[in-house]
Write a new protein. Sequence first.
Length: 56
Amino acid sequence: MEEQKGLRFDKQTRFYLNTSGVAESSDSLRSADEVLRAADKALYRAKSKGRNQLSK
């Protein structure tokens, strides 16, 4: 896991984590709805792996 870097705000350091799902348009994913569904599935795959994850 990468070293966490905090953001300084109002004399406090805050840490944020990100979990993302990524999909791109292709011949098999033609409409915006299909791409969004694929991204949503990727997001839930990433969430199932734990915090601070990325899934395609």
